[in-house]
Design a binder for this molecule. Structure first.
Ligand SMILES: *[C@@H]1O[C@H](CO)[C@@H](O)[C@H](O)[C@H]1NC(C)=O
Ligand SMILES: *[C@@H]1O[C@H](CO)[C@@H](O)[C@H](O)[C@H]1NC(C)=O
Ligand SMILES: *[C@@H]1O[C@H](CO)[C@@H](O)[C@H](O)[C@H]1NC(C)=O
Ligand SMILES: *[C@@H]1O[C@H](CO)[C@@H](O)[C@H](O)[C@H]1NC(C)=O
Ligand SMILES: *[C@@H]1O[C@H](CO)[C@@H](O)[C@H](O)[C@H]1NC(C)=O
Ligand SMILES: *[C@@H]1O[C@H](CO)[C@@H](O)[C@H](O)[C@H]1NC(C)=O
Length: 552
């Protein structure tokens, strides 16, 4: 080997080592996942605890931290957790979905390693196996800004995580049986805030306290299964500062619609009469409105909250109008010192348009949900492992759905693994088109996208004229109103196998998800990490020789 070539390799390996998470600090966690008992509605029921907590512990991290979580599965079923909104650059191996990982068998443990690379903001984690999400196992995940990066608001007095979600009093196994037998889940029984409701455990205790005159950050995430929720704090307007990892223009809201899987960061100032106030979450777009409340207490408080609960908005037009007020703050820095708006997404040419149409149909008498006529099923071999071991054709077929299906074709449903082939680094437009009468919520793993349009009606190319090509918020989950569409733009520059799913757990469980396979032609460590040494193996790859590693 000549000296020049040797030097070149040396430089490359130094570069690769710094890429492979060397200098950044590590955070270590050990999780014990078990069943436990809660009584949110006054009646005991089974829930999933992490280290004895329901909801699970908050993960508090800072941009670029490496997170190592040793998860001990002490349930009686296989288990996985996904880090919702964490992009896992080059590392779909850790995404915690059945298309990229084998589930952790009961009574064993698996250690996740991932980096919260170039991200800030409010996120959640939750189980993706079976219907475990209906039993808990979820929690908050924060990524704080590094000290040297300016944050576009003053340091709050404290930082609170508010996990709101609809809740069923039936166990996750009963709910799973409903779905397996072909029927739907029906209505939830109520709404919980941080695992509690006034009908159950600890009803008199305040959920949060505030010192008079101080400003607090509340990170509000919808960890529920099905219902969009309206969130409000009696007498206290909220200043929106962050949404799913982006700093927003700081508008003030009386209430916010939080769709399933979405997160908002708001500032609230304790500048009212010192007493208790209710924080309220209620279901939206449902015939029967389910409402819950919790207490926020002033530390110098003298008296109970007024029984008058602030009213929720009605109808989805209100929600659509609220969506239109959300704007990216172009001059604020996010995870890096340069302004987040310096990425001019509006001037990049679109290379492919994919329309994804959701449907609900009966197949052999059983309810299934589909995308473009395909209802996804997870094969026993994770898609990513099949690809890595060079045996994808034994496990799934690429591109069985079309980019532009005729509207009437989507009701003929096939059950199969649903995998789309994406060209690495292409800039793609995805249209989520909802012909149904119910609201949808869509999430993309591995990326954040620009939510450039949410509009009523069907999409046509001339709808592009109304896209927000300047300051749409870069985020990971978007709602689609009844008989409406949402358009998102993103660059598929993160190699891996990435889940695109309905956040509505029943829909996802019954097939409304797909995977985008983003392969770098180079098979290089610059683009994607190797399968970790501790990866669990299952299905047909179990007996196969390990493929040669990716090269530098
Ligand atoms: C997990 O919790 C269960 C139930 O509390 C306990 O029996 C078990 O020893 C714990 N396991 C670990 C690894 O801490
Ligand atoms: C979370 O982390 C930040 C910065 O890393 C630190 O300032 C803060 O005190 C931590 N909060 C909690 C609740 O641990
Ligand atoms: C399981 O946990 C033990 C320690 O509790 C650890 O040494 C081991 O590496 C873990 N195994 C995996 C596969 O993560
Ligand atoms: C946007 O961020 C900038 C820079 O951090 C900040 O000064 C400004 O107040 C923010 N603008 C709005 C409208 O929130
Ligand atoms: C985008 O497409 C237009 C028209 O096809 C072309 O003129 C322009 O050079 C392209 N821009 C980029 C950045 O590729
Ligand atoms: C996926 O697309 C790329 C680029 O368009 C192509 O080279 C590759 O052969 C495709 N792979 C499969 C499995 O279809």
């Amino acid at each position: 080997m000549g000296p020049l070539r040797f030097m070149f390799l040396l430089c490359l390996s130094a570069a690769a080592m710094s890429m492979v998470r060397s200098e950044d600090p590590y955070l270590f966690f050990t999780w014990n996942v078990t069943y436990g008992t809660i009584s949110p509605f006054g009646v005991p029921q089974q829930a999933i605890f992490i280290n004895g907590e329901f909801p699970g512990p908050n993960i508090n991290s800072t941009t670029n931290n490496n997170i190592v979580i040793n998860v001990h599965n002490n349930l009686d079923e296989p288990f996985l957790v996904t880090w919702h909104g964490i992009q896992h650059r080059k590392n779909s191996w850790q995404d915690g979905v059945l298309g990229t990982m084998c589930p952790i068998p009961p009574g064993t443990n698996y250690t996740y390693h991932f980096q919260v690379k170039d991200q800030i903001g409010s996120y959640i984690y939750y189980p993706t196996t079976a219907m475990h999400r209906a039993a808990g196992g979820f929690g908050g995940l924060r990524v704080n800004s590094r000290l040297l990066i300016p944050v576009p608001y003053a340091d709050p007095e404290d930082d609170y995580t508010v996990l709101i979600g609809d809740w069923y009093s039936k166990s996750h196994s009963t709910l799973k049986k409903f779905l397996d037998s072909g029927r739907s889940l029906g209505r939830p029984d109520g709404v919980l805030i941080n695992g509690k409701s006034p009908k159950g455990d600890g009803k008199e205790e305040p959920l949060f306290t505030m010192k008079p005159g101080k400003t607090y950050k509340y990170r509000i995430c919808n960890v529920g299964i099905k219902n969009s929720l309206n969130f409000r704090i009696q007498g206290h307007p909220m200043t929106l500062v962050e949404m799913e990892g982006s700093h927003t223009v700081q508008n003030t809201y009386e209430s916010l619609d939080v769709h399933v899987g979405q997160c908002f960061g708001v500032l609230v100032t304790a500048d009212k009469e010192p007493k208790d106030y209710y924080i309220v979450a209620s279901t939206r777009f449902t015939k029967t409105v389910l409402t819950t409340k919790g207490i926020v207490r002033y530390t110098n408080g003298k008296g109970p909250a007024s029984p008058e609960i602030p009213e929720a908005p009605v109808g989805w037009a209100w929600s659509l109008n609220q969506f239109r007020t959300f704007r990216w703050n172009l001059t604020a820095s996010a995870a890096r010192p340069n302004p987040q708006g310096s990425y001019h997404y509006g001037s990049i040419n679109i290379t492919r348009t994919i329309k994804l149409i959701n449907s609900a149909t009966k197949v052999d008498g059983k309810l299934r949900y589909a995308i473009n006529g395909v209802s996804h099923v997870d094969p026993p071999t994770p898609l990513k492992l099949a690809e890595y071991y060079g045996v994808p054709d034994k496990v799934f077929k690429y591109d069985i759905i079309s980019d532009d299906p005729p509207a009437d074709a989507v009701d003929k449903v096939t059950l199969a693994p649903n995998v789309m082939n994406m060209t690495f680094r292409n800039f793609i437009e995805i249209i989520f088109e909802n012909h149904e009468k119910s609201i949808q919520s869509w999430h993309v793993d591995g990326y954040s996208f620009f939510a450039v349009s949410v509009e009523p009606g069907r999409w046509t190319p001339d709808r592009r004229r109304n896209y927000n090509l300047l300051d749409a918020v870069s985020r990971h989950t978007i709602q689609v109103f009844p008989k409406s569409f949402a358009a998102i733009l993103l660059t598929f520059d993160n190699a891996g196998m990435w889940n695109i799913r309905s956040e509505l757990t029943e829909r996802r469980y019954l097939g409304q998800e797909l995977y985008s396979s983003v392969l770098s032609p180079a098979r290089s460590l610059r683009d994607e990490y190797n399968m970790p040494d501790n990866s669990l193996l299952c299905g047909i790859v179990k007996g196969l020789p390990k493929p040669p590693p990716y090269e530098i």
